[in-house]
Structure formats: C-alpha cells, structure tokens
Ligand binder design. Structure first.
Ligand code: URA
Length: 262
C-alpha cells in the first residue's frame, strides 16, 4: 500500500515524523534509486526499495493475531484455483497479510488462528508442541461405549495410529449424537478419518477450542484480534524448556475438558 515517505520512515523507527521530513528535505532519501526531496511523495514499502543515506530501510510489519470463526464453505488457503471462497475473504478490513495456522477442511467450521508472525505459526504447528484442539462432532445415529473407547485409545489410520484423545459423548437425539474429541495432532482430515475408522458418519464438525481459546459466543464469519495477554500466553506455551524436552505446558486452562456446545 502506498504511504507518505515520512510516515514510512517513522514507522520503520528511523526518526519521528517531523525529523523524517527534514531527512527527506536534506536529500538523504531515495526510492528505487532516485533521490526524493518532495514531502508529499508516496511509496509502497512492500514493493519499493527505500534507502536513507544509501542504506535500505527495513520495514517491520505490525504483528497481528486473529481468531476467526471459519464458516463451512471456505477454503483455508490464500488462493483457490477453483474460485471457491477463501478465509481471507472474511478479513477484508485487515490490512496486514496474515496466514492460517493449520487448516480446517472446506466443510469444517470453527476456530482458526491467523497471523503474520511466522515464527509463532511455525512453532504452534510443530507436532512437538501438542496444542490441544477441541472438536464437537455430530454423527449419525447413536455412539457406543466401544466406539468412544476406540477413539480415545487411538485408531489405526492409513498414516499410522492416532495418539490417545479425550473423547466424550456430549448430547444425543433420536437421529444424531454430538461427541467432543480433543486431539493434539493435526493430521489431514484427522477427526473425520478417526470417526470413519470406528464406523461413525460425521454430519457436522466444528472446532470449538484451540488451546485455551474458546469459540464462546462467536458467530460464523466473525473474527477478533487476540489480546496482548492471549498472545503472551501462546508464546509462553511455545518456549522450549531445554534440549529435547519439548515445550512448557501451561497447566489447567489449556487442559480443560469438553468444549462448550453452541
Ligand atoms: N479434522 C478433520 O477431519 N477436519 C478438520 O478440518 C479438522 C480436523
């Protein structure tokens, strides 16, 4: 996005807005190799090379952390060759370019974190960090105690056994049963494949919890920015405690039981 040069320089921490104006007037600033001395000049920090005294200005984008309620019918990608809706369509007012942390299938709804903080995204997605993800699953018909036990103990999928999961029946009607499944792995269509493996047919799948972040009263398509405390909590979770010992666990809040039903 095009911005006034003095704004770009001050955002990059070169100098205050007023001092940046003097730096420009002194002929010390160049855009794509051409010295600029006019104060109204605009440039795009994403595409133009801006230098002060010949040194490139490093633009640090503000870090943002977004919690989105992804509705059914959206792809968790930044582009879809088939032209289907994508999650960034729901974030038009967010000017930073954010990327999803993990994925939800086209037909899965619920919590999706997005950020431009690549380091945190990579850490949270790394299997060693074992972030709990709580799903509510509506399946056809009734669910037996044997099926619950199999899901909890781990089931054999094409890509190997699943790790033990927290599984509990949630509510039951004549035709359907809701169960809650909390896993810390993030394999492709894992919950659907686990259910299929024990003979359950999934009719609705919703991620209601990502670690300590809960869906609460959020509606499909809504999003909010994480608070500084929430970001700090996520970051604390990902601080390694020592070589080969994995991350520090945050304790009770991150380990709570079934997510709330909406
Ligand atoms: N498990 C699935 O099967 N689908 C998702 O989108 C997430 C978890």
């Amino acid at each position: 996005m095009q911005e006034r040069l003095q704004k770009i320089l001050s955002q990059a921490g070169i100098a205050s807005r007023r001092e940046s104006e003097s730096i420009i007037l002194d002929g010390r600033v160049a855009v794509n190799g051409t010295v600029v001395t006019e104060l109204g000049t605009k440039a795009d920090p994403d595409t133009d090379t801006i230098t002060v005294d010949g040194k490139p200005v490093a633009i640090e984008e503000k870090r943002v952390y977004i919690l989105l309620y992804k509705p059914v019918g959206y792809m968790t990608t930044m582009k879809d060759p088939e032209g289907r809706p994508i999650v960034s369509d729901l974030l038009k007012e967010v000017k930073e370019r954010v990327y999803p942390i993990g994925r939800l299938d086209y037909n899965t709804e619920g919590l999706l974190l997005l950020t431009n903080d690549g380091a945190l995204a990579n850490t949270l997605m790394h299997p060693s960090h074992e972030v709990d993800k709580g799903y509510l699953v509506r399946v056809s018909g009734q669910v037996s105690a044997v099926q619950i036990k199999k899901l909890s103990d781990g089931v054999k999928l094409e890509d190997g056994m699943t790790a033990p999961a927290k599984v509990a029946p949630f509510s039951e009607s004549e035709n359907n049963t809701w169960i809650s499944i909390t896993i810390h792995e993030g394999r492709y269509r894992q919950v659907r494949r686990m259910c299929e493996a024990v003979g359950l047919s999934v009719v609705r799948l919703k991620r209601a919890r990502y670690d300590f972040l809960e869906i609460g009263e959020m509606k499909p398509g809504e999003f909010r920015f994480l608070s500084a405390e929430e970001v700090a909590k996520l970051k604390r979770k990902t601080v390694p405690v020592g070589p080969g010992r994995g991350p520090r666990k945050t304790g009770v809040v991150a380990r709570r039981g079934a997510p709330t039903r909406r």
